[in-house]
Design a protein around this ligand. Structure first.
Ligand code: B1M
Length: 209
């Protein structure tokens, strides 16, 4: 039985070499990439979040843990891909203004890409106007917004409003997600869909087209 907790423990200890070694060893043993992600890395990151909240871990340490997680995700990336290239569509994805969290957003971008969509990942702390200009420049038909902070969720609403103000709302499906976001919130702000995780985000994006 593979020790998933060891991955989380190494992440909490901010030991990137150990995290990568355990992930590689899991793959060598035939453990599924999605399990290494959800039962190892994401479970570990949840504990990091709890410790951060209790001030048992501080921002510099959390950044090191986040870097280790991103490096591990890069190893898993080709294996998490769905390999379905049948869908078409152009997606602009980013984390909303004021918010610097990008690990989950990058996972969503990766899953959308592997579902055959053309993905423009425009980073973090993205202002509503920037989303609008990228949507126009890329002639995109899906906008994917991520927020990890309750304080930045309202920026999703502002972004939806900016898309409408720019006169392109009827051409763009808007998908929202991130830990504090809910289906009810998506509805409230006039988004077209909400997904709780990267896998369902890619399914939803395809169904919205
Ligand atoms: Co921050 N942080 N953080 N943080 N951080 C949280 C989010 C927090 C829950 C921790 C806590 O207190 N328990 C808390 C938010 C509380 C709240 O508002 N509800 C918090 C806070 C408070 C803060 C600061 C304010 C701390 C401070 O400065 N005092 C600060 C804010 C900075 C800013 O953004 N302006 C801050 C800073 C940071 C770091 C920079 C140190 C670092 C981010 C590094 C980085 O991303 N490159 C960081 C981290 C790492 C976290 C935690 C520990 C982990 C987040 C993560 O990457 N999770 C987090 C606690 C937690 O989540 N348990 C926390 C793993 C990732 C795979 O999950 O991002 O949830 P997640 O993505 C999921 C789903 O949400 C979904 O799919 C993914 C999985 O498949 N999803 C989508 C995400 N986007 C989606 C979009 C979609 C669909 C699904 O459609 C478009």
């Amino acid at each position: 039985m593979f020790d998933f907790k060891a991955i989380g423990d190494a992440l909490i200890a901010c030991d990137e070499d150990k995290v990568l070694g355990l992930v590689k060893s899991g793959l060598d043993q035939g453990v599924a990439a999605k399990d290494l992600l959800s039962r190892g890395l994401i479970a570990g990151m949840d504990v990091v979040g709890e410790r951060m909240e209790k001030e048992e871990m501080f921002i510099p340490e959390v950044l090191v843990a986040a870097k280790a997680m991103s490096a591990a995700v890069q190893i898993l990336k080709p294996l998490l891909a769905e390999g379905d290239t049948g869908a078409q569509g152009r997606v602009v994805i980013g984390t909303v203004k004021g918010d610097l969290h990008d690990i989950g957003k990058n996972l969503v971008a990766m899953m959308l890409e592997s579902a055959g969509l053309e993905v423009y990942n425009i980073g973090v702390d993205v202002a509503p106007d920037k989303f609008v200009s990228e949507l126009k420049a890329r002639n995109a038909n899906i906008l994917a917004l991520s927020a990890l902070l309750t304080t930045t969720m309202p920026m999703m609403k502002e972004t939806v409003a900016a898309v409408a103000k720019a006169g392109i709302r009827d051409k763009v499906r808007i998908l929202v997600g991130g830990a504090p976001v809910t289906q009810a919130y998506a509805k409230e702000i006039g988004a077209d869909g909400y997904a709780p995780d990267a896998g369902s985000a890619s399914k939803l994006a395809k169904s919205l087209m």
